[in-house]
Design a protein around this ligand. Structure first.
Ligand SMILES: C[S@@+](CC[C@H](N)C(=O)[O-])C[C@H]1O[C@@H](n2cnc3c(N)ncnc32)[C@H](O)[C@@H]1O
Length: 273
């Protein structure tokens, strides 16, 4: 059996009882590298606390391992119980549908154990699911690569009066995952995009395209470390949020569309006074 287990948004204790019971039955336990390096890899004992609580040795699976060696993981799962741990929910934003499809093709049984995910950002800031448009991802700009495909989507949402959830880029250095898998000590932390960088990039694109999808006075909500004790939610204009230090990862941003009076009341709690 392959168990795909959501770990939720906070620390290792946010696994569900059902998820922990499944992990305890497994002979092999993998964790996806992508978001887990930022959630657990930044503190020196993040992964070891998890191994202690779950009572298992955990192998960090980088993208290459998941994509290219998925068949190895699935062959193991055809012989004994294997857990694949995912920060958030297995189907939240970064879906693991590919692994499920491959498993089904190989007749490997799969059980998905859900948990809280980044989709919780939608409601926690006081805005309503029904009033969101398409979610966008904002990638890091480089000197030569400044993609703007998110702009058109934000504009479409705006024209319909809908909110936009913006997920922000994470750059994982693949060789560092290798060293992390082996030594779990020396690795270069992945880069994560802050709310401030996201807003700077958004304003740069607005300036170059100039179609008024938003401007520095547009209302937004910045959300950092959702699910952690020190989660931070601040509402204000893009210009105001540029001056806020949101601290450690992970960050995301909502661009607010037209609001319902109840949404207004909730947003008020988070608005910079
Ligand atoms: C593509 S999603 C992965 C979602 C994850 N699998 C889940 O189910 O929650 C990753 C992005 O979501 C946002 N994100 C994830 N966890 C977050 C958190 N706890 N607080 C704020 N933003 C978060 C960040 O923008 C991050 O780059």
């Amino acid at each position: 059996m392959l168990y795909i287990v959501g770990l939720g948004l906070g620390d290792e204790r946010d696994i569900t009882i059902r998820g922990l019971e499944a992990v305890k039955t497994c002979k092999k336990v993998y964790i996806e590298a992508y978001t887990s390096l930022l959630s657990f890899g930044l503190s020196s004992d993040g992964f070891s606390r998890m191994e202690k609580l779950y009572g298992k040795t955990i192998t960090i699976a980088d993208r290459e391992m998941v994509e290219e060696k998925a068949d190895e993981i699935l062959t193991e799962a055809s012989k004994f119980d294997v857990a694949f741990l995912v920060v958030g929910d297995p189907f939240g934003a970064t879906t693991h549908s590919d692994l499920v499809v491959r498993a089904k093709k190989l007749s490997v049984e799969v059980k998905v154990i859900h948990n809280a995910s980044i989709m919780n950002a939608i409601g926690v800031c006081g805005l309503q699911l029904y009033r969101y448009g398409e979610t966008v991802s904002i990638p890091f700009f480089t000197e030569t690569w400044r993609p703007d495909s998110f702009y058109e989507k934000i504009q479409r949402n705006k024209d319909l009066g809908l909110h936009t959830l913006c997920l922000l880029d994470i750059r994982v250095k693949e060789p560092s995952i290798e060293s992390l898998c082996r030594g779990r000590k020396c690795f270069e932390p992945p880069r994560f995009m802050t709310i401030n960088t996201a807003i700077e990039q958004l304003l740069e694109v607005e300036e170059s395209l100039g179609v008024s999808a938003y401007c520095e006075n547009s209302r937004c909500v910045g959300l950092a470390r959702l699910g952690y004790e020190d989660q931070m939610i601040v509402a204000g204009s893009m210009k105001e949020l540029l001056g806020v230090d949101f601290g450690a990862p992970l960050h995301c941003l909502v661009i607010v569309g037209d609001t319902h009076p109840v949404e207004e009341e909730m947003l008020e709690f988070y608005t910079i006074k």
